[in-house]
Design a protein around this ligand. Structure first.
Ligand SMILES: [Fe+2]
Length: 282
C-alpha cells in the first residue's frame, strides 16, 4: 500500500515537473541567461585598417519592463569583456506605447560602454511610440551613446574609412536612405543600423550599397513553441535571428537582451560580437 502511494506521488511529481518545468524555465531562467554570439562577417573591399574590427551589438533593452539595471549592466560588461572596437545599439531602449508616461531615467545604465570607434545607437518602434524626442534627450543626457537618425558618420582608422549609417524606425518613424547615405563614396563599405530588419527585404536590389544592416526587433521569436512564437515581421521567420540575406542586402538580427513579454524559450537574450573581415572583390 505504502509503495503504491509513494509511486503515485512520484508519478504526480514527475508529471508536475514535466508540465511546470518548461514554463518555469521560460519565465525564470532563460530571460536571464545571456548568450554571447560571435560571428565573422566578410565585407567586400573592407579597408585593411578595419580588418578584424569587432562590433558589439546590444539591442531591445525595453528598460525597465522585466529588466533590471543590473542585468543591463551585465550585458554591457559582457560586451566590454570582448574589447570591441565599436558598440552599436539598434533601438528599443524603452518599452511601451503611452506617451503620457515618463521616459525612464537611464543614468548609470550604459556607463561601462566605451570603444575606440564609438558607441552609437538608433531608435526603435518603442522609442518612437514613447516619444522620440524625450527618449533621445534622456539618452544624450545620461548615457555615452551617440544617436544617429537618417545620417551617417565616417569612422577612421589610420588612413582608412568605413561608413556607419542609421535610419529611423520603419514602423513609426522616418526611413530616409538618401539622407542617411548621401555623399558617401560608393567604394566605401557601409554598416547600417535599422531597428527593423524588414528594411533589407523592402528595398529594391542594387539601389543602395549596404554591406551589412544590423537590426533587432524580433527578439528571436521570444518563445519558440508552436502557437506562442512571435516574430513581428512581414516576412515570417526569415529575420527571426542571425544572419540573413534580404532582397537588397544582408542583415544581422540580434535577439536583443530584453524580455518585454516575460518569457523566452529557445531564444536566449543575446549580446552579439560581429568581427568584420575582408572579402575579396568577385
Ligand atoms: Fe524590441
Amino acid at each position: 500500500m505504502e509503495s503504491k502511494i509513494s509511486r503515485r506521488k512520484l508519478l504526480q511529481t514527475g508529471i508536475g515537473a514535466v508540465l511546470l518545468g518548461p514554463p518555469a524555465y521560460a519565465v525564470g531562467v532563460e530571460p536571464k541567461w545571456l548568450a554571447l554570439e560571435r560571428l565573422q562577417i566578410p565585407i567586400e573591399g573592407l579597408p585593411p585598417g578595419f580588418e578584424g574590427t569587432k562590433v558589439a551589438v546590444i539591442s531591445d533593452v525595453h528598460y525597465p519592463k522585466n529588466i533590471s539595471k543590473g542585468f543591463v549592466d551585465r550585458a554591457c560588461g559582457l560586451a566590454m569583456s570582448e574589447s570591441p572596437d565599436l558598440v552599436v545599439l539598434p533601438g528599443d531602449f524603452v518599452d511601451g506605447h503611452d506617451r503620457s508616461k515618463r521616459v525612464p531615467n537611464m543614468r548609470g545604465l550604459y556607463d561601462r560602454l566605451r570603444a575606440p570607434l564609438g558607441v552609437w545607437g538608433s531608435v526603435g518602434n518603442h522609442d518612437v511610440a514613447m516619444g522620440e524626442r524625450q527618449v533621445l534627450r534622456e539618452i544624450a543626457r545620461n548615457t555615452p551613446i551617440r544617436m544617429l537618425a537618417n545620417e551617417h558618420v565616417i569612422l577612421r582608422r589610420g588612413g582608412d574609412s568605413l561608413c556607419l549609417a542609421a535610419v529611423g524606425d520603419l514602423w513609426y518613424g522616418v526611413v530616409d536612405l538618401e539622407r542617411s547615405l548621401g555623399g558617401v563614396p560608393h567604394e566605401m563599405p557601409r554598416l547600417l543600423l535599422s531597428h527593423n530588419p524588414d528594411l533589407a527585404e523592402d528595398l529594391a536590389p542594387g539601389r543602395y550599397r549596404i554591406d551589412l544592416q544590423i537590426s533587432g526587433h524580433t527578439h528571436g521569436g521570444e518563445v519558440l513553441v508552436p502557437g506562442l512564437s512571435f516574430t513581428p515581421s512581414k516576412y515570417g521567420d526569415k529575420f527571426r535571428q542571425g544572419l540573413a540575406a534580404g532582397l537588397s542586402h544582408r542583415v544581422y538580427v540580434t535577439r536583443g537582451i530584453g524580455s518585454p513579454r516575460f518569457a523566452r524559450f529557445m531564444a536566449r537574450p543575446e549580446v552579439s560580437l560581429l568581427t568584420l573581415v575582408r572579402s575579396p572583390r568577385p
